[in-house]
Structures are given as C-alpha cells and as structure tokens.
Design a protein around this ligand. Sequence first.
Ligand SMILES: [Zn+2]
Length: 215
Amino acid sequence: MLRTILLGPPGAGKGTQAVKIVEKYHIPHISTGDIFRENIKKGTELGKKAQEYMNRGELVPDDLVIDIATTRLLEDDCKNGFLLDGFPRTVYQAEKLDAFLAANGMKLDKVIDIAVEKEELITRLTGRRVCKGCGASYHIVNIPSKQEGICDTCGGELFQRADDNVETVTNRIEVYNNQTMPLVDYYEKAGVIVHVDGAESLDNVFNAIVDALGE
Ligand SMILES: [Zn+2]
C-alpha cells in the first residue's frame, strides 16, 4: 500500500523517477495530463467540460481538475495505492484531495519533492538537443552526440527546441516555484514531505526515494 505524490520542477527528472517508482511498488502512475486526454478521448461528461475550457484557451478550473483526478482514484487499480503526478498543483486542490481521501477512509503516505537548483535546471533544459530526422534526444554536456550537431543514429541535424531557450526555461521554473512553494509548505506542516536531492545521478535519486518510501 503506497499513496504518494511526486513534486519536482521541469528538468528534475520526474518522468524517469515516476516510471521506476510505479514499477517497483506496482501502483498506477496517475498523471493529470493523461487523465484529461483519456476523458476527452472517451467523451466523458468531465472530459467534455474540460475540453470546452481548453478550446477557449482557458485554464481548467480547480474544481473540475479535482473532480477528474478524484474520480480516477476510485478505480480498482488504485486499491493498493497510487503515484500522483501533476496533481495537486495548489493548496486548494491539496485540501480537497485530503478531504476526498478522508471521506473514503484513505490517507497520503508520503509526498516526494525532487529539488534541484535553478541554475542546474537551466543548464539541463537549455542543453537539450533533438534530432530533426528521428526525434532522438541529446544533451550537449550529459548525453552528447559523437559528432557535434549530428545524430548518432540517423545522421540527422540536431536542433534546440524553441521552448528550451534560457528565457522560456527560466520562466517555466519560476512559474513552477511560485505555484509549488505553498504546496510544499502545506505538506511540510502535515509532516508527510520528503526532500530528495535531484542534482544526484538518476540511480542515487531513486535510491533516496526508496529509502524514504520504504521497501
Ligand atoms: Zn536522428
């Protein structure tokens, strides 16, 4: 049984850790982005409502996000726990999640916060290069191609995605920090948060997470 939430800024390696966590603990990875896409694809009432906001270019309101996420948590595969990713995003959502869990006789075990310094995140995100030919992903420092600017696999040209420039990346990190700091405080007060140093290697980060969650 493990009910947990994964927090971490863009570039912290959250996606990679999520895959390892769900594999080890046999719990579903509940990403709000995925649930939204699923509800829209299946044409559920919640999906239709969400789609209306998205079509207008508006943010999906908190209460609808909460509805969609908590409905997902009632499905059978969540009986032994879950890993939430991308929800909650605000203290209001966190309070509603707590109320939902309490009403259903459940509670959160741990909230994992993967912390990485802003400078390191900027280096990671701006160093990313993608192949025009096959879409393979490189990093000028961490995963360099054998020949600069050329894909190892297909010989295609490597380029930097438009949203990987310093300005956009810095903005994404700041938006994340502003939104998430109050949430970290909230879970800090609840005594469920665990801070993991995301500057470490992928394996070390995962080992720290397992230490915190227990075997
Ligand atoms: Zn390629």
